[in-house]
Design a binder for this molecule. Structure first.
Ligand SMILES: Cc1ncc(C[n+]2csc(CCOP(=O)(O)OP(=O)(O)O)c2C)c(N)n1
Ligand SMILES: [Mg+2]
Length: 342
């Protein structure tokens, strides 16, 4: 009689994450994907001018967000970090207000979409200028060190293309020299708009550059949210404990065009994108949690329905809000008086 081959259990290292935390990470990833697609839909409907695309980055961002200590750490992200923003507490409604550029948005509808800011969440706003956020992040880390604050760290993120900018090198070097409490997280998706990795750098491993600057460097599968949680968590713990900066490289992939303004068919093949889809972090993580009995198939379906309902509700509410008044144009340009941000 034939017996069914014994299936060995899938390796499952949860790095101390509870079932609730794992489901929360999946929820963030599902919401990121839903809002991502919503941005493209609204743009194609002519309702919003622009959205960026982070499909393929959900794993690294959900993991990093779970490692971030809300109320203590400071996040200085880049424009592709929708999942990080959601994961640390930006709401879908706030995301939609930003996409619709409504007056109720945190910037009064005047900031670029996906450029969030929240003093409450420790989320510092950015510009779209590549790598320009890194000296700011290093400055925030320097302030923490200058004030002798232990137990707090800065998490800053950037793409592979950003590592060619002068600010990237200057920031990493300054942080290493002064042993600042900061984690540099590279979301290496192999493309900088139409520039592939082999036209960006002579060797494809950003983390190996860490040694040249004198700080620890590590690499992690950016499609694996738990591994990313562990890698970023370890680096943040080192920074919070006064043991200096780290460079973490998460290898991921961008599945969609760079933004709603880009057509990636002009520079990469559909075969390449399809091939990489098998590593799509969202269904892979969902399957893992079901296989490990963290949630059932029915739970996962209910979660997806709840995410879609919340996204739909946020879309309707944000769309119904007013645009900023034209006379607001010159507000929020200069501040009256100065208040320390961190
Ligand atoms: C200083 C500067 N140069 C060029 C641009 C135009 N630009 C916007 S995004 C981008 C690609 C950046 O690629 P990468 O750092 O890998 O991040 P990704 O978009 O792939 O996540 C470029 C060149 C810019 N915003 N700023
Ligand atoms: Mg890139």
């Amino acid at each position: 009689m034939m017996t069914a081959p014994k299936v060995s259990p899938i390796a499952f290292e949860r790095h101390g994450l509870s079932d609730e935390q794992l489901v929360a990470m999946l929820r963030t990833m599902l919401m990121q994907r839903t809002l991502e697609n919503r941005g493209f839909q609204l743009n194609r409907q002519g309702k919003i001018p622009f959205a960026s695309a982070s499909e393929g980055h959900e794993g690294v961002q959900a993991g990093a967000a779970m490692a971030f200590a809300r109320g203590k750490d400071i996040l200085v992200p880049y424009y592709r970090d929708l999942g990080l923003a959601l994961g640390i507490g930006v709401t879908p409604y706030e995301v939609l207000l930003s996409l619709f550029a409504r007056a109720a948005d945190h910037s009064g509808g005047r900031q670029f979409p996906h450029h969030y800011a929240s003093r409450r969440l420790g989320l510092q706003t950015i510009s779209s200028v590549i790598a320009a956020q890194l000296p700011h992040a290093v400055g925030a880390a320097y302030a923490l060190q200058y004030r002798g604050e232990r137990g707090r760290a800065v998490l800053t993120t950037f793409g592979d293309g950003a590592t060619s900018e002068g600010e990237w090198h200057e920031s990493i070097n300054f942080a290493a020299v002064h042993e600042l409490p900061i984690v540099f997280l590279c979301e290496n998706n192999e493309w900088a708009i139409s520039t592939p990795l082999d036209k960006q750098m002579g060797q494809p491993d950003v983390h190996r550059r860490a040694e040249g600057y004198g700080l620890p460097g590590s690499v992690v599968d950016g499609m694996d949210p738990i591994a990313c949680y562990a890698a970023v968590g370890e680096a943040l713990a080192r920074a919070r404990g006064g043991d200096g900066p780290s460079l973490v490289e998460a290898k991921c992939y961008r599945f969609l065009a760079h933004t709603t303004d880009d057509d990636d068919r002009s520079y990469r093949s559909r075969d390449e994108v399809e091939r990489r889809r098998k590593d799509d972090p969202v269904p892979c993580f969902e399957r893992l949690l079901i296989a490990q009995s963290v949630l059932t198939v029915d739970d996962a379906e209910a979660l997806k329905r709840a995410v879609l309902e919340e996204a739909n509700d946020a879309t309707d509410r944000a769309e119904a809000m007013a645009y900023p008044a034209a006379r607001d144009l010159y507000e929020r340009v200069y501040v009256d008086g100065f208040e320390a941000w961190i």
